[in-house]
Write a protein that binds this ligand. Structure first.
Ligand code: FO1
Length: 327
C-alpha cells in the first residue's frame, strides 16, 4: 500500500506516473480540501478534481485544472447580470472560471452533500464515474478553509484576510502574504490516519508545502504518525533551482520566513520525513539537505512527459522499499 499526500497539479502528475508503474488499487491519494470553495451555491473541490481529471486523462493539460475541450457558455452568460447585481451581492461571480462540463461535477457533488453524503462518499462516487481504480480520499469530511492575510501593499486587499481562491485566482497570487491560517483545522478529523499507519510507503507529493501539504499537517495526529513512520515517508521537492514550476510556492516560502530552495523544503519536512527527492538542478545542495537529517535522492523531477513521471514514481517508491529491505 502506498499513500500519497496530495495537493493539485504536481501531485496529480506524480500520481499519474505512480499508477502506471504500480497497481492503481494499491495507491491512496489523500487530498487537500482547504482550497475548497462555494460559488453559485456549488461545492467546488479544486484539488480533488485536478487529481480525478488528471488520472482519467480528462484534464486540460495546458491549464492544469478543469476539463479538456471545455466550453464556457455558462460563464459568458453570467456577465449579463453584472450591471444589475446590487453592491455587496455575491451573485454571479465571474472571476472564478467554471467550464460547462466541469459544472456537472460540482452539481453532482453539491446535491449529494445536500442529501447528507460525506465528501469522502461523494469523492468516491465521482472517482467511479471517471472509471478510476486508485482511491481518492479528501483529507477531512469537515470544512477546513485556507485564509490568507495579505501584507501591506498597494492592492485593495492590503492588510485584509481573503479566501485561498480569492488569493490564488481573483488576485492571481500577486499580492504579498503576511500569514496563512487553516480555519477549522483545530477541530476537523483527518480521514486517513489508518492509511498513514499501515502504508508501506508514504509519499509527500511535489505540492506547495505551505498551502497544499500544510493543511493536512495541521490536522490532529498527522505529524505525529508521520514522525513515527519517518523512515517510510519520502517527499518530492516542489521547488527546483529556487523556483516553483507553477503557482506561488517560492514567493510564499520567502514571505513566510522560509528559504525558497530544496534546503528550505528539507527544513520543513525533516521532522516527519527521512528522504527528499530533488531535481538534478539542485545536485549542489545535497550536503545542506543531509545536514537537516534527511537522505537525498537526485533525479529528474520535472514531469514534462509521462516517461519522466513514471521514472520519478519508480525511483521514489524503490528508494523507500530498498532501504527497508536493507534493514
Ligand atoms: N485556477 C485559475 O487560475 N483560474 C480559474 O479560474 C480557476 C478555476 C477553477 C475551477 C475549477 C477547479 O477545479 C480549479 C480551478 N482553478 C482555477 C485551479 C485552482 O484554483 C487551483 O489550481 C488550486 O486551488 C491550487 O491548487
Amino acid at each position: 500500500m502506498i499513500s500519497v499526500l496530495a495537493g493539485g497539479v504536481g501531485a496529480a502528475r506524480f500520481l499519474s506516473g505512480l499508477t502506471r508503474v504500480v497497481d492503481p488499487q494499491s495507491v491512496t491519494a489523500i487530498v487537500n480540501t482547504a482550497d475548497d470553495t462555494i460559488l453559485h451555491g456549488l461545492n467546488i473541490s479544486p484539488d480533488i478534481d485536478t487529481v480525478t481529471y488528471t488520472l482519467s486523462n480528462a484534464i486540460d493539460t495546458e491549464r492544469g485544472w478543469g476539463l479538456r475541450d471545455e466550453t464556457w457558455r455558462a460563464m459568458k452568460s453570467l456577465a449579463r447580470f453584472e450591471t444589475v447585481r446590487p453592491i455587496g451581492s455575491l451573485a454571479a461571480p465571474t472571476w472564478f472560471n467554471l467550464g460547462d462540463a466541469d459544472l456537472a461535477t460540482h452539481f453532482y457533488r453539491t446535491v449529494r452533500l445536500q442529501e447528507g453524503a460525506t465528501l469522502t462518499q461523494v469523492t468516491d462516487e465521482i472517482r467511479r464515474a471517471f472509471n478510476l481504480q486508485v482511491r481518492i480520499i479528501p483529507m477531512s469530511d469537515e470544512i477546513v478553509s485556507t485564509e490568507v492575510t495579505v501584507a501591506n501593499c498597494d492592492s485593495v486587499v492590503s492588510g485584509k484576510t481573503i479566501s485561498f481562491q480569492e488569493y490564488f485566482v481573483r488576485y492571481q497570487h500577486s499580492v504579498p502574504v503576511q500569514s496563512v491560517h487553516f480555519r477549522g483545522a483545530d477541530t476537523a478529523i483527518f480521514s486517513a490516519l489508518d492509511e498513514l499507519r499501515t502504508s508501506d510507503v508514504i509519499v509527500i507529493a511535489p505540492s506547495n508545502p505551505i498551502v497544499s501539504i500544510g493543511p493536512l499537517r495541521a490536522l490532529a495526529g498527522v505529524d505525529n504518525v508521520l514522525a513515527a513512520r519517518r523512515d517510510s515517508v519520502i517527499a518530492i521537492s516542489p521547488i527546483i533551482a529556487g523556483a516553483a514550476l507553477k503557482g506561488p510556492a517560492d514567493r510564499m516560502l520567502v514571505e513566510l520566513g522560509h528559504e525558497a530552495s530544496v534546503v528550505g523544503v528539507a527544513r520543513l519536512y525533516s521532522p516527519i520525513c527521512a528522504t527528499l527527492v530533488i531535481d538534478n538542478a539542485d545536485q549542489d545542495r545535497v550536503a545542506e539537505i543531509e545536514a537537516t537529517g534527511m537522505r537525498c535522492i537526485v533525479t529528474n523531477t520535472v514531469m514534462s512527459d509521462p516517461t519522466i513521471a513514471n521514472n520519478l514514481a519508480r525511483v521514489t517508491i524503490e528508494s523507500v522499499m530498498s532501504r527497508k529491505e536493507q534493514r
